[in-house]
Design a protein. Structure first.
Length: 165
């Protein structure tokens, strides 16, 4: 796996990852996470992804194709409670369906931890959908994150988690 800086040219691949993931989630009754319609057909979702890919996105490549993407920022989204200290906030972690279970997400999160340490930042936070069977929360706990608080985001609730690198 190779990690590279991403950018606007990666928009089609990231939208395709979202579309495939949304279809997979919806087929398993988990449309509460990201809906059940392709993101590439929703102008608001496309704008959201454009924002994510244009600001600090990293792409994990396997066999020459995108296997996952990560966006981290030094600020939390408006809905997250203030950290009270410098932090890196994982705004997007997405692994292609073809590479799920191959450790891509863990590698990207390890990269976020290293970036925090390199910058002298002692806190990494992330949030995820708190619904369904709790699999996302358990995934992040397995990566060393600790749940802190749940916050409403529109009609759903997300779990904020933190890690001290």
């Amino acid at each position: 796996m190779r990690l590279r800086q991403g950018g606007p040219a990666d928009l089609p691949a990231v939208l395709e990852m979202f579309d495939r993931t949304v279809a997979w989630l919806a087929a398993r009754g988990r449309s509460g996470q990201w809906g059940d319609a392709p993101w590439s057909r929703d102008p608001d979702r496309v704008r959201l992804v454009e924002d994510l890919v244009s600001d600090g996105m990293w792409v994990a490549e396997a066999e020459g194709s995108p296997a996952g993407v990560l966006t981290v920022r030094e600020e939390a989204p408006a809905y997250a409670p203030p950290a009270g200290e410098p932090e890196l906030y994982v705004r997007l972690l997405l692994v292609s369906r073809e590479h799920t279970g191959a450790g891509v997400g863990g590698e990207l999160l390890a990269f976020a931890r290293r970036r925090a340490l390199d910058r002298g930042i002692g806190l990494v936070r992330v949030d995820c959908w708190s619904g369904g069977d709790g699999a996302l929360i358990r995934y992040y706990e397995g990566q060393g994150f600790t749940p802190t608080v749940r916050v409403p985001v529109g009609a759903r609730e997300v779990q904020v988690l933190q890690l001290r690198p």
